[in-house]
Design a protein around this ligand. Structure first.
Ligand code: NAD
Ligand code: MG
Length: 379
């Protein structure tokens, strides 16, 4: 029986992961479950799974969960904060860590799992975008096993089939195009958070839904692909494919292209589910439009610039998306805010975690200040 820690157990990926474990119950044991502030949701999961540990993001939420668990007299230990997350991600008993916290909050526990040599199922792509070199070094030096839980990267993983680097010419990442694929530049000025979160093919958390709508998600995935498959952005192409059935492709030097197809369902990369091609009937492909969706261009440029430039890109994007969701920023201001932040803070060599965390914090501060200025009353 393998013990599993699920970081971000109450989220979309966390819920899907538990659904898969439910189907394979005798093989896996839930060691730890974590959540941000959703005390009631984590309490319900504790009742079902009786983990050894439950972790909340802050002390307050942890105390609430402890009080809720008291009457049922369990020996579930409740921890909190980054230290608690890192503890359950690296504990000796754990074999597999599902890293499914959204955003920068997921970096330290995912890195702790890599440093402890775990089998890391990485959904939290932001951690690779923030700290690619440091993260990959930790995986290599500690003999961790890194498995991407992103349908595209999972697909590439399958299309590569252990092929030699020299036989690969390019990686083709498919993108659904998101809910605003057909919107004019003028219409994009007016879109709301609710519209951005209504993705045509995938059910996802709010942050990644906005990223999908702006194509930043694909930009983050280009960066993720460069680290995972040891390649450069000029060898990663994005193709818009509205059906989301072809999950990604690999081009070989002999001109052949291998594709992986499947249902648009996150349980496919976590486990497997059959595909009916006759029901799909048609597959369409088109070029990504980086004029209406500049976030994709910004991500490519950041990866080319290297170092902490992608850390800054990620931080500014997180601030911008949170502000858009809070209706403090328009959708089309998201790329503008990121571009301004990148113009104010130059990336540097990302040779340590300290440097990465410092640039992450500085970028957030710059982006926050820029939003305050945008929203300041004009005379
Ligand atoms: P979600 O918003 O549904 O869930 C996020 C989880 O993280 C929740 O359990 C939440 O409690 C926890 N969390 C949030 N902020 C936290 C904080 N500050 N500290 C501790 N815990 C915190 O998000 P999701 O859609 O499940 O996505 C999770 C990650 O997986 C993201 O990085 C996303 O890019 C990636 N991903 C998601 C999908 C998908 O289909 N949903 C696909 C590929 C990759
Ligand atoms: Mg994806």
């Amino acid at each position: 029986m393998t013990a599993v820690t699920i970081l971000g157990a109450t989220g979309t990926i966390g819920t899907n992961t538990l659904a898969v474990i439910r189907q394979h119950r005798p093989r896996y044991k839930v060691f730890a479950l974590t959540a941000n502030t959703a005390v009631d949701a984590l309490y319900e999961l504790c009742l079902e799974w009786s983990p050894r540990y439950a972790v909340m993001a802050d002390e307050n939420a942890a105390e609430q969960l402890r009080q809720q668990l008291k009457p049922i007299n369990t020996d579930i230990e409740v921890l909190w904060g980054s230290a608690g997350l890192c503890q359950v991600a690296s504990a000796a008993e754990v074999g597999i860590v599902m890293a499914a916290i959204v955003g920068a909050a997921g970096l330290l526990p995912a890195l702790a799992a890599a440093r402890a040599g775990k089998r890391v199922l990485l959904a939290n792509k932001e951690s690779l975008v923030m700290s690619g070199q440091v993260f990959m070094n930790a995986v290599r030096d500690n003999h961790a096993c890194l498995l991407p839980i992103d349908s595209e990267h999972n697909a590439i993983f399958q299309c590569l089939q252990g092929a030699d680097q020299s036989s690969i010419s390019r990686i083709l990442l498919t993108a659904s195009g998101g809910p605003f694929r057909r919107y004019s530049a003028a219409a994009l000025e007016q879109v709301t958070p609710a519209q951005a979160c209504a993705h045509p093919n995938w059910v996802m958390g709010r942050k990644i839904s906005v990223d999908s709508a702006s194509l930043m998600n694909k930009g983050l995935e280009v960066i993720e692909a460069c680290w995972l498959f040891d390649t450069t952005p000029d060898r990663v192409e994005v193709v818009v494919h509205p059906e989301s059935v072809v999950h990604s492709l690999v081009g070989y030097v002999d001109g052949s292209v291998l594709a992986q197809l499947g249902n648009p369902d996150m349980r496919t990369p976590i486990a497997y589910k059959p595909l009916d091609l006759k029901a799909v009937a048609q597959l369409n492909f088109e070029e990504a439009d980086t004029v209406r969706f500049p976030c994709l261009r910004l991500a490519y440029e950041a990866m080319l610039a290297g170092g902490t430039t992608t850390t800054i890109l990620n931080a500014a994007n997180e601030v911008a998306v949170a502000a858009f969701l809070a209706e403090r920023l328009r959708f089309t201001q998201i790329p503008r805010l990121i571009e301004d932040t990148l113009a104010h803070l130059a990336g540097r060599e990302a040779d340590s975690l300290a440097v990465i965390l410092e640039d992450d914090a500085r970028a957030r501060q710059i982006a926050e200040e820029a939003i305050l200025q945008l929203n300041a009353p004009r005379h």
